[in-house]
Design a binder for this molecule. Structure first.
Ligand SMILES: [Zn+2]
Length: 75
């Protein structure tokens, strides 16, 4: 009878040990936001490269990727 209780205890510990990481990873995935941040993209009026609007130079309703391309376009 003592060995049966010991075997049940070992099985319980193994079961808890194996199920604990899975429950932890589920909680981590649930806490992660699903929707990525959306950033508007614009096209450089000189070379046509796409870049985030936050990094573009806006001049007279046109966007440029760099000061050199702004100067090259004469804006
Ligand atoms: Zn450019």
């Amino acid at each position: 009878m003592r060995y049966l209780l010991l075997a049940l205890l070992v099985l319980y510990v193994v079961w808890r040990w194996r199920s604990a990481p899975a429950a932890g990873s589920k909680a981590t995935r649930a806490a992660t936001p699903a929707a990525p941040e959306v950033i508007d993209m614009v096209v450089c009026a000189h070379c046509g490269v796409h870049l985030p609007v936050t990094q573009a130079l806006a001049v007279q309703a046109r966007y440029f990727c760099s000061r050199a391309h702004q100067d090259a376009a004469g804006a």
